[in-house]
Design a protein. Sequence first.
Length: 392
Amino acid sequence: MTVTNATLQDNTTAGTGAGIANRATLSNSRLSLLATDVVSNVAAINGGGIYNSASGGLAAQVTIDGSRISANRANSAVVNEGLGGGILNGWGLGISGGVAHMSVSQSSIIDNVARMGGGIANIDATGYPTRSAQITILQSTLAHNNAMGAGSQGGVGGGLYNRNGDASVANSTLSGNLALGDDATQGGRGGGIGNVSNGITTTLHLRNATIAFNQASQAGGGVSVMRQVASAAATMESGNTLIVSNQLTVTQSITTATLLASMASPQVIAGTESCVIENGTSNSLGGNIEDHTTCGFNVATDLQNTNVPLGPLANNGGPTDTHLITSNGPAFNNAVDALCAAAPVSGVDQRGVARPQGPHCDRGAVELDNVEPPIMYFPQIYLNFTFTAGSN
């Protein structure tokens, strides 16, 4: 099925995928959403806007390009429900394994709400190791999504929640997302991204991403990496990525007053505004910057305790909003060029601007456009004119 230049709006379901659902149950299934808005849909269980799942060894493939997924909700407060306010990829509790793969490019995922994975949830069911949840996010923005809930499954992954799956984020921005939860050991984590293993190896790949101005109530304002089962690794692999200006807070961007009032006082883990790595691992490919020391950015080309001035989230060209860096900041003109050239960055930035614009490419999602110095022209009359001190 291909949906082009359409609007899927104000739909509801007592189940999953209020806007649209793609399932591979009897045969492989493919769905393409092109230049389509999925807006203000509400699912009682999971996948407020879009739901993609596979079973029986089959494959379910979804491609989202140039689209807007906004103001959708997954409302359930039941365990293993309330997942993926905007998008859920891969979950199918009680169904034998399959492969759910999703590609999101040049799209905006904004203002969605769920218990976990406010913007996107990429989830592989723990009981079925043959199942696979894979998502690639390229040249896209996840902004102002909220993951909110009480208990151990509440408020994880405001922008993106990756559990038991494989997630790749490149040339993309996660900004202003919120993870609000009251559980001190597992909830309220990963304002931008929550990466959690629970029985299956879980991997998060970051390339030239900008993760900024996100908030969490317990730990990992930017990113949380957590291994919940000893036999399954949770790993973050990062290159040329900015994780800066994230916060630990419960006082801002809260719209559900009843939920906030019912929650216990948060047990904030100090010093984890950027990241929290809890029994997981962080592998740096170089070129990363964080404004604290909690992300595991420790190779020679990484920068820790370094602030990066960013412009507001705005239309700076291209199909999605971005944060511009500055020409006098540490992200400018000093990234690892090999990572910029290789896939999935592939020599462009989030807007499609070529990398590099100068002698080296820039860190983060945006390549600052090359600004030539002004050329001074002097009319011939001034070249032949002599000024004498003291004369009028």
